[in-house]
Design a protein around this ligand. Structure first.
Ligand code: AQP
Length: 331
């Protein structure tokens, strides 16, 4: 079978970038693959998370997946730490991956920043846990953005070295499902940075739990330039913020950028932003409403996650047994 694994970290508010770049695509993949969608809480705690906030964020992430259209009856929707085998396989991979491989990971360098000595060990070995997430289910396909390509390469290296070292043809070669560049949503405050949960400015992103007034205000304050909307996307060259807003419009409306430019050619950003606000509110309101409904009754979310964890555990158990046998651990 073709099996997809993907996840998002419950490290803050889920936002428009997660929705357009990940969730919306996950929903489509449900038609062609057996899918596992995971709230990767163990990844989130590689940087400090306030415990009470984390509990809320885990449930809210699960609510966001469902509200976006992930169907827990078709896909396995679960929370990483509720399936302990993720940690178990990650440890074995800590012993397979080489220091030199991890030293090359650019995301660690970015996230650890200048004070590398103060970064958690977890942040450093994060890619090994990601490899475990995927290989624990022998997933064959992983939808990834450009920024995760290097980690997926590492997953392939770990699978290959494991197979080689233990003379087992155990893990498959994982294929990326590459998201197109247009699916990348940038910060509303700075068109050179991606929209991110951890950006300290709430005005940099549209959260999936923002109400209509908040969305309107954020789009109104979004950075732009003083030029008009060009006739074609060629006229967006060197205009990162304008490119981003046109891109968001195109993604939400399921249109090509060319068509969006043609529709708004010669208009100023005030009128474009008004149209973008209407569109964003129309598209996101049902998602926000469903998230709110789910968050009002966490028992429903918890039950979905418990059921999901059971199903994931059932898939993982025989694979973990193969791994233990290959390594020589007692069963
Ligand atoms: N701005 C974005 N545009 C398109 N896709 C995005 N994704 C995240 N931001 C954007 C995609 O969402 C999925 C889940 O991401 P994640 O939560 O695991 O981690 P991330 O990429 O690190 O997201 P953030 O928001 O930037 O979180 P923090 O600030 O905590 O690091 C992934 O498929 C990702 O590509």
């Amino acid at each position: 079978t073709n099996r997809v694994f993907s996840g998002a970290q419950p490290s803050g508010n889920m936002h428009l970038g997660n929705y357009l770049g990940a969730f919306r695509n996950w929903v489509r993949l449900q038609d062609d693959y057996e899918c596992l969608y995971c709230v990767v809480d163990l990844h989130a705690i590689t940087v400090w998370q306030e415990p009470a906030g984390l509990t809320h964020q885990i449930r809210e992430a699960a609510a966001a997946y469902m509200a976006a259209g992930v169907d827990p009856a078709r896909s396995i929707l679960f929370n990483q730490s509720q399936v302990p085998a993720h940690s178990e396989l990650a440890w074995i991979f800590n012993c397979v991956a080489r220091l030199g491989w991890l030293n090359r990971m650019t995301q660690f360098k970015d996230k650890a920043g200048k004070n590398r000595e103060k970064a958690s060990v977890g942040l450093y070995i994060y890619p090994n846990l990601m490899a475990a997430d995927i290989l624990l289910y022998k997933a064959t396909h992983v939808p990834v953005g450009e920024d995760q390509k290097q980690h997926l390469e590492l997953t392939r290296d770990i699978a290959q070295k494991f197979n080689h070292d233990f003379g087992a043809d155990l893990f498959p070669e994982v294929e990326p499902i590459i998201q197109d560049e247009g699916a990348r949503v940038m910060s509303l405050r700075d068109g050179s940075k991606k929209m991110s949960k951890s950006d300290p400015s709430d005005y940099s992103r549209i959260n999936l739990n923002d109400d209509a007034d908040t969305i309107a205000q954020k789009i109104r304050k979004a950075r732009t330039d003083s030029e008009l909307i060009p006739e074609t996307p060629d006229g967006l060259t060197g205009r990162a913020e304008a490119t981003n807003l046109i891109g968001i419009y195109a993604a939400l409306a399921d249109m090509e950028r060319t068509a969006v430019c043609a529709d708004f050619a010669g208009k100023d950003f005030a009128s474009f932003k008004a149209a973008l606000t209407d569109l964003a509110v129309a598209k996101l309101a049902p998602v926000t409403e469903e998230m709110t409904r789910l968050m009002n009754d966490p028992a429903e979310i918890d039950a979905v996650l418990r059921k999901g964890a059971e199903r994931a555990q059932a898939l993982a158990a025989p694979i973990m047994a193969e791994v233990r046998a290959a390594v020589g651990l007692l069963g």
